[in-house]
Write a protein that binds this ligand. Structure first.
Ligand code: S3P
Length: 459
């Protein structure tokens, strides 16, 4: 079991480029595999999770040619060839690893196929609720069976000829919305999903990229079945959820300046920028490419952080960033409240319990609620022995906490980082050891930004 040891931050690099977006990478290979023809995908995230989606599509008849790899041989540019919406029956059960996105979106795709298929995952994924997709997919006409009341993996999906539905989502979930839209694409007629709160819209944008229309009317998104996705080459922007770790490290370092380059700036994902501005960071984001999935640069200047309240409509937009925002809250003056975030309890681990336990071990007072927590920030963090709970975002959030703690912070079980950010530790080294592109922290402190335009918190 890998243990990550982190000590105090030495420098903040001037710029960083994070790997491709996880949500977009999943969808890129799935949707390319539904086309008739070849799509070239660039800046694909070769993380364990996204490779599960790629392997799932290969098991269903798509082909993938690797065009470029990382130094350790993982694909970053690939040509995916699909043979249309009618997929091949897989030779056996499909392994979704740790990936809820793979299991839920693939369920929507498999719901309309004319064969039965089984999806399984690791211990963590096998505890996560699949009933939220099983319910709407059975209304569409498919059968989805799993274990217990929560319909947990392994799940078996018997695809059917689907009928369109109109479905009000009981929880705000982009994965469930996407599963319904992908099943709706195979139904005859118009399928609609009503969202209680807006969630990330990558499925809608990427379907449009592949020439499949969805229609948005207020909180309802609809799709007409029978449309055929067509290949269109795709570039995956950097993942703002991965950038989040470095944004918080810079935000909490007075005088620091960091540019994150070529990162996704889809407004359904940039909530973290608004939260950090409210807490006192100065941020500018520059969209350089606005078609499809917007991408560009983020420039952040650190300062003394103050507490804030995170809740309501904002939650789905920052759902994956809440562990690192809880760390930001521990570094901020005052009491930060995170509320309306019950969904955190059913992520890769119970992220409310995991964050509260680790922060307490570092000497932070935390009150835990069913749907969030209150973090009493501002007192010095102390190094501690922590666990990741097998959850990539907990591991990385507490590596950042370790950069601000006295002494050494040890995080056990950090292999899981490869789920979303395979070269995280390499980037962390830039903060621990300094780098040729970095500047010494003292230098940075002497270069306080002047006249830097505040990001409008209302943006
Ligand atoms: C995702 C949606 C979110 C998010 C997950 C990725 C997606 O999950 O937490 O990391 O790619 O659609 P929910 O749909 O469960 O909110």
């Amino acid at each position: 079991m890998a243990t990550l040891k982190v000590r105090k931050l030495k420098s903040i690099p001037l710029e960083l480029t994070v790997p491709g977006d996880k949500s977009i990478s999943h969808r890129s290979v799935m949707f390319a595999g539904l086309c008739s023809g070849t799509t070239i995908i660039e800046n694909f995230l070769p993380s364990d999770d996204c490779l599960c989606s790629l392997n799932a599509m290969k098991a269903l008849g798509a082909e993938a040619e690797i065009l470029e790899t990382t130094e350790d041989g993982k694909p970053t540019k690939l040509a995916v060839t699909g043979h249309g919406m009618k997929l091949a029956k897989p030779g056996g059960p499909i392994d979704c690893g740790n990936s809820g996105t793979t299991m839920r979106l693939m369920s929507g795709i498999l719901a309309g196929q004319d064969f039965a298929s089984t999806l399984f995952g690791d211990e963590s994924l096998s505890k996560r609720p699949m009933k939220r997709v099983a319910d709407p997919l059975s209304l569409l006409g498919a059968s989805m069976k799993g274990l217990g009341d929560k319909i947990c993996a392994p799940i078996t999906i018997l695809g059917k000829k689907l009928r369109p539905i109109s479905y009000q989502l009981p929880v705000a979930s982009a994965q469930v919305k996407s599963a319904i839209l992908l099943a709706g694409l195979q139904a005859s007629g118009k399928t609609s999903v009503v969202e209680p709160v807006p969630t990330r819209d990558h499925t809608e944008r990427l379907l449009a990229h592949f020439h499949v229309k969805t229609v948005r009317d207020g909180s309802t998104v609809s799709i007409y079945g029978g449309q055929k996705p067509d290949p269109e080459n795709l570039y995956v922007p950097g993942d703002i959820s991965s950038a989040a770790f470095w944004l918080v490290a810079a935000a909490a370092t007075p005088g620091a300046q960091l540019t994150i380059k070529n990162v996704g700036l889809n407004p359904t994902r940039t909530g973290i920028l608004n939260v950090l501005v409210r807490m006192g960071a100065q941020i500018s984001d520059y969209v350089e490419q606005s078609e499809g999935e917007p991408r560009g640069n983020i420039v952040i200047h650190g300062g003394e952080l103050n507490a804030t309240v995170i809740g309501g409509q904002e939650i789905p937009n920052v759902i994956d960033e809440l562990p690192i925002l809880a760390v930001a809250a521990a570094l901020a003056r005052g009491q930060t409240v995170i509320k309306d975030a019950r969904e955190l309890r059913v992520k890769e681990t119970d992220r409310i319990a995991a964050v509260a336990q680790n922060l307490r071990l570092m000497g932070v007072h935390v009150d835990e609620f069913e749907d969030g927590m209150e973090i009493f920030g501002g007192s010095p963090l102390k190094g501690a022995e922590l666990t990741s709970f097998g959850d990539h975002r907990i591991a990385m959030a507490f590596a950042i906490a370790g950069l601000f703690a006295e002494g050494v912070t040890e995080i056990e079980n950090t292999e899981c980082i490869a789920t979303s950010y395979p070269n995280f530790v390499e980037h962390l080294e830039l903060f621990l050891n300094g780098s040729t592109t970095g500047v010494d922290r003292i230098d940075v402190i002497n270069r306080m930004p002047r006249g830097f335009a505040d990001r409008n918190p209302q943006d």
